[in-house]
Design a protein around this ligand. Structure first.
Ligand code: DON
Length: 318
C-alpha cells in the first residue's frame, strides 16, 4: 500500500505517531525476501536471516522500538562513522580532510583498485582504505588507540560496549585483504603507524557488539549536535557532527550512496552484519538491523524500513 508522505519540518511528529510508524516500518518489511547473509567473515554466516529490529531515538531521548531491537550484533562498518567523528574532534576539519578525504570512489567498500586510481589517496573514511587511515590517526599506538576508540564508541552508545571475541578472531584470521590495503596505504605514506597494528585495532572496532537500539542512540547523538540524549554527555563538538554527516551523505552506503540520498534523503551508514544507522539532523537517530544484504553489502529490510520512516515522518532534508 501507499506510503504516507509528510513534508519535512523542523521537528518530529508527535511521539504516538512516531511509535505507530516504527511499528508499521517493521510490519511492512518483516516478510520482505531477498538478499543474503554475509559469509566472507565466517562468524557472520551463522546469523539468523529472520532477525529484524527497528528503533528510533529522538533528540530528547525518547525511544520507539519494534521487533528485535535488543539483539546484539557486531557493529562492523558502522563503526567507521563514529571513529571518524572522534578523530575529527581530535585533528580538526582541515587535517582530517587532507588525510582521509570526503569523495565517493564509486567502488565497493574493500576496493584496492580505488586506491591505485587515486594515487594512493584513501578517498573517504567510509571505505576500508579511509577507515584504516582514520583508525591510524587515533592518538597513541596499538592498545592505547583501541582503548580510546572503545571508550569513544561506548560514549556514543551511552553504555559500555563489549567485544565479540568470536567475530574478532574469525575476522582476524581472514583479513588479509585489509592487511594488503593497509600496506598499500603505507607505501604511499598515508599510514604512518604500524599497518598491521592498525588493522588489528580496526578489526576490534568492527567486532564491538551493538543493538538496533544502540545504533539509534548513537545516531541521535549525531542528530543532537554531539550530545548523547540519554546520558547528556557531550561526545563530540557540533562542527564534528556537521562534517561527519556530510561525509555520510556522500559515502555512507558506498557506491549506492546516491540511490540512498535519492530515496531516503538523510545521511546513513551500513554495516555488513546487517545494521544501518541513519541520522535526521536535529530530530532523531534510526537504528535498524536485519542480516540479509544486497550486493553492495546493505541490509535489504533495513533499507526499506528506513526509507519508509523517512517518508512517513517527514525526515528527508530535501
Ligand atoms: O573490514 C571489513 O571487511 C569488515 N570489518 C567491515 C565491512 C563492512 O561492514 C562493510 N559493510 N557493508
Amino acid at each position: 500500500h501507499d506510503v504516507p508522505e509528510r513534508v519535512s519540518t523542523g521537528t518530529l511528529p508527535a511521539p504516538d505517531l512516531v511509535e505507530e510508524f516504527v511499528e508499521e516500518a517493521h510490519q511492512r518489511n518483516q516478510s520482505l525476501e531477498g538478499g543474503s547473509v554475509a559469509d566472507y567473515i565466517p562468524a557472520l554466516a551463522d546469523a539468523d536471516p529472520n532477525l529484524f529490529g527497528v528503533s528510533v531515538v529522538d533528540v530528547s531521548g525518547d525511544a520507539h522500538d519494534a521487533g528485535d531491537t535488543d539483539h546484539a550484533f557486531s557493529i562492523q562498518s558502522i563503526s567507521k562513522a563514529f571513529v571518524y567523528a572522534l578523530v575529527c574532534e581530535e585533528l580538526g576539519h582541515d587535517a582530517t580532510y587532507e588525510r582521509v578525504g570526503v569523495n565517493n570512489t564509486g567502488m565497493p567498500f574493500n576496493s584496492v583498485v580505488a586506491i591505485e586510481l587515486n594515487d594512493g589517496h584513501p578517498m573517504n573514511p567510509m571505505v576500508n582504505a579511509g577507515a584504516l587511515t582514520t583508525t591510524s590517526l587515533a592518538p597513541g599506538t596499538g592498545d592505547e588507540q583501541w582503548r580510546w576508540i572503545w571508550k569513544g564508541l561506548s560514549a556514543f552508545a551511552g553504555r559500555h560496549l563489549v567485544l565479540d571475541d568470536d567475530v574478532y578472531r574469525s575476522e582476524r584470521a581472514g583479513n588479509q585483504r585489509n592487511q594488503a590495503i593497509a600496506r598499500l596505504l603505507e607505501s604511499y605514506g598515508r599510514i604512518e603507524k604500524d599497518p598491521l597494528e592498525v588493522v588489528d585495532v580496526y578489526t576490534k572496532q568492527c567486532s564491538l557488539l551493538v543493538t538496533a537500539r544502540d545504533l539509534a542512540v548513537m545516531g541521535a547523538t549525531l542528530a543532537d549536535g554531539g550530545v548523547n540524549p540519554i546520558t547528556k554527555e557531550r561526545v563530540v563538538a557540533p562542527h564534528v557532527c556537521r562534517d561527519t554527516l556530510a561525509v555520510l551523505a556522500a559515502n555512507g552506503l558506498y557506491e549506492r550512496s546516491g540511490e540512498w540520498l535519492f530515496e531516503v534523503g538523510i545521511p546513513g551508514k551500513s554495516g555488513v552484519s546487517g545494521g544501518i544507522v541513519t541520522v535526521a539532523p536535529g530530530k532523531a537517530g534510526i537504528g535498524v538491523f536485519s542480516p540479509p544484504l544486497d550486493d553492495a553489502g546493505n541490509s535489504v529490510r533495513g533499507k526499506q524500513a528506513t526509507a519508509f520512516l523517512s517518508r512517513a515522518l517527514g525526515l528527508n532534508v530535501f
